[in-house]
Design a protein around this ligand. Sequence first.
Ligand code: F6P
Length: 366
Amino acid sequence: MSIKRIGILTAGGDCPGLNAVVRAVSKNALKHGVEVLGFKNGFDGLVRNEFINITNHTVSGILTLGGTILGSSNIANPFNYTLPPFGSPETPRDLSSVVMHNFKENRLDALITIGGDGTLHMSQQFVDMGMPIVAVPKTIDNDLSATDQTFGFDSALAIATEAIDRLHTTAQSHHRVMIVETMGRYAGWIALRSAIAGGGDIVLIPEIPYNDDVIVNAILERKNRGKNFSLVVAAEGAKNERGEQAVARTVAGSTDAIRLGGIANKLSQMIEDKTGIESRACVLGHTQRGGTPTAFDRWLSTLYGAKAFDMVLEGKFGYMAALHAFKMTEVKISDAISNLKRVDPHGEEVRAALEVGMSFGSAEIG
Ligand code: F6P
């Protein structure tokens, strides 16, 4: 099959490196004389038929740029469409046939989707309807098991680590407990790795249920050793022993409606009440998704983008570009969405953290 025109979109929560992927896909395609249509705001662009014609000029100078020049959406789901004027949260509609129609009307030979778990699920649904799709794995959460690393994660990790470094000095000056809340949804990768890299004292992750008293004892034990400050890194999805998580809000139409958040403030109050040590919460939030990508993410995004277009030329539809042992490879999208990659509580990263004296706020682990 000869490829003349492709579409590309960026969907889900944004992250550093999206533009670098768009650039690499487009440069590779344009070099082969293939036209590239960039659909706006994820799958919403295919619902509304809103796109830009990407030229070399469009993608020039965007390698280092944060965000996405195409825009993104983590609520525009064509299979459960809630956005006005075509749908609403009360009356969601299935507009997948509109997307199929627009794909054909624009005479597209393939679509490259750049997104995380939700985008991969939608991509697979369109593959099942016959759309030729190649996917690229994006998410700061790094929770996709089919690839060694998603792009965006390294940048988020660098931002979180820098924040911990900065919070360390102020915690020390004021003899306080600082609780830093990281993103990551149901996986503790950002929290664990930034805590290891930043020398956190206590780290709470969704994979290891925490107990308030164990956290308090770890802080008091440090105080007894003359360390009158502590740094707690809490993943937004960390659970206590009763399985309770802090939920900030729910978002209608999103593939995962729950938005986590609020754990740092809760812990800060609890720690201050139980230890008598002044405590402060710092929620990193969307700063972890903003700004320029790290060198590693620029490298990884460029490899992903170049590979994704190569896969289109090879007709590898229904597949996702993946990183395995620092080499580009491909995996079925259906395999990529079948299970989340989460921290192994008995794995070597947790063991290393314990060996350098970190607490997981758990009596079971440690
Ligand atoms: O999946 C990426 C992510 O940044 C999560 O870490 C976080 O829980 C969520 O998205 C936040 O989404 P929103 O942009 O809707 O606040």
